[in-house]
Unconditional design. Structure first.
Length: 84
C-alpha cells in the first residue's frame, strides 16, 4: 500500500494546489494550438502502436491521452473547477 500512497498526489499537494496546477495546465499548454498539436501527435501514435505495431495497450494509452487533452478542459469547466 505504500506505493499507492506515494503515487497519490494529494499526499504531496493540498487539494487547492492540485486543482490550481491542472487549471494552469489547461489554461496554458493544453489550450489552443498546442492542445491540437499534442492531440494530433498522440492520436497518430495511438494508431501507429495499435494498428501498425500490434501493441494495443500502448495504443490505448496514447488514445486516452489524446482524449484527455481534447476534452479535459471541457470536463473541468463542466465540473466548475476552472473558469471558461
Amino acid at each position: 500500500m505504500e506505493a499507492l500512497e506515494y503515487l497519490d498526489p494529494l499526499n504531496h499537494f493540498t487539494p487547492d494546489e492540485y486543482v490550481s496546477f491542472w487549471s494552469a495546465l489547461f489554461h496554458t499548454i493544453l489550450n489552443g494550438f498546442w492542445a491540437r498539436v499534442f492531440a494530433a501527435v498522440f492520436l497518430t501514435l495511438s494508431f501507429w502502436y495499435g494498428v501498425r505495431r500490434q501493441q494495443f495497450f500502448i495504443g490505448l494509452w496514447f488514445f486516452v491521452l489524446a482524449l484527455t487533452i481534447t476534452y479535459g478542459a471541457w470536463a473541468l469547466k463542466l465540473m466548475g473547477l476552472i473558469d471558461g
